[in-house]
Design a protein around this ligand. Structure first.
Ligand code: UDP
Ligand code: MG
Length: 313
């Protein structure tokens, strides 16, 4: 048997002991019908219940499990799954039975047209404390990122392998995978998926996700726009502030030359402050440049390269 499957299904799980076996069975039945080779990667994100043991006991060589030392978060779990995935097509879904495995064939169909396809929980079965903020969040993300999809934070997604190998997830940036992919130049499709209420276990995300999600949106926007040239952002702000400081100081100096006392003018303080802050912003930009350069990771993706052909790849 070839060890390279066609599909890699990734399921991040944190304390899902009551869901895991039912999910496995559903996945198994769906995948049986699809008749493609596959691997099923469970990433146990530091569960403190019997999730790991339950996965471990599944007698199926297609089931792989990676267990984290502690709970690192869904983005880390997905990122790990992406690294492990061997399939040409990668599918991620939540492990709480809210995402229905029977949608997989539809994802595969749509993936023929796009580099990645995101699920859209159009009829979402979650408490209102979740759905209303989520609407706002999706609207804002659409506005800022320019990616025209309805549901950014759906765990159910399908990718062509090259997409997941080319995006760098950390923190809680899993919410922004469509944006990260889109900015790299990949096409992003969306299909409506059926969403079930959570029957067993608890949601791992509470109200704090709103704040975090918002901060992450700033990070993502910033990363995408200015990762290459930090000095263009910080230096720009620095010059603006510093210059206003210099103008104020020149003005005060002309007063001083004509014999007017300026020592007790609040404006003097402001002028000096602006110059100092301006210099700091410029230094910050330079440090940013240093870090970006030393990391030296290319941000472009090559579609075709005749050098590689020459090397016989
Ligand atoms: N999850 C995880 N690590 C975490 C939190 C969640 O792997 O730190 C998994 C969880 O087990 C589930 C999926 O991510 O399979 C989605 O989590 P959850 O259902 O709690 O999110 P919600 O559906 O409430 O947005
Ligand atoms: Mg859920």
């Amino acid at each position: 048997m070839s060890n390279k499957p066609h599909l890699s299904i990734i399921v991040p799980v944190h304390n899902e002991e009551e869901n895991i076996l039912e999910l496995y069975e559903k996945l198994y039945n769906t995948l049986l019908m699809i008749e493609k080779t596959y691997e099923l990667i469970f990433v146990d994100d530091g569960s403190t219940d019997n999730t790991f043991e339950k996965i471990k006991n599944i007698k199926d060589s297609k089931v792989k499990v990676v267990r984290f030392q502690r709970n690192y978060g869904k983005a880390a779990a997905l990122s790990c799954g992406f690294k492990k995935a061997k399939g040409d097509i990668v599918i991620t879904l939540d492990g709480d039975l809210q995402d229905d495995p029977k949608e997989i064939p539809r994802f595969l169909e749509e993936l023929k047209k796009y580099d990645m396809v995101s699920g859209w929980k159009s009829k979402r079965h979650d408490p209102i404390s979740k759905t209303v903020p989520s609407r706002f969040f999706n609207w804002l993300t659409r506005l800022i990122t320019g990616v025209k999809i309805n549901d950014f934070n759906c765990g159910y997604k399908a990718y062509n392998k090259y997409v997941v190998k080319n995006i760098n997830l950390y923190g809680e940036l899993h919410r922004y995978i469509p944006a990260l992919a889109y900015w790299k130049g990949y096409t992003v499709g969306e299909i409506e998926v059926e969403h079930h209420p959570r029957i067993h276990g608890e949601s791992k995300y509470g109200a704090e996700r709103l704040l975090k999600g918002f901060l992450d949106l700033i990070t993502v926007t910033f990363l995408m726009m200015y990762k290459k040239r930090p000095l263009h952002v910080f230096g720009g702000i620095g010059i603006l502030l510093g210059l206003s400081g210099v103008i104020i100081s020149i003005y005060l100096m002309t007063l001083w030359v004509t014999g007017i006392k300026i020592g007790d003018r609040p404006l003097l303080m402001l002028g000096i402050l602006l110059i100092v802050i301006g210099a700091q912003f410029i230094s910050l930009g330079l440090i940013g440049e240093l870090i970006t350069n030393s990391r030296n990771n290319d941000d472009y993706i090559i579609k075709y390269d005749s050098y590689e052909l020459e090397n016989g790849r």
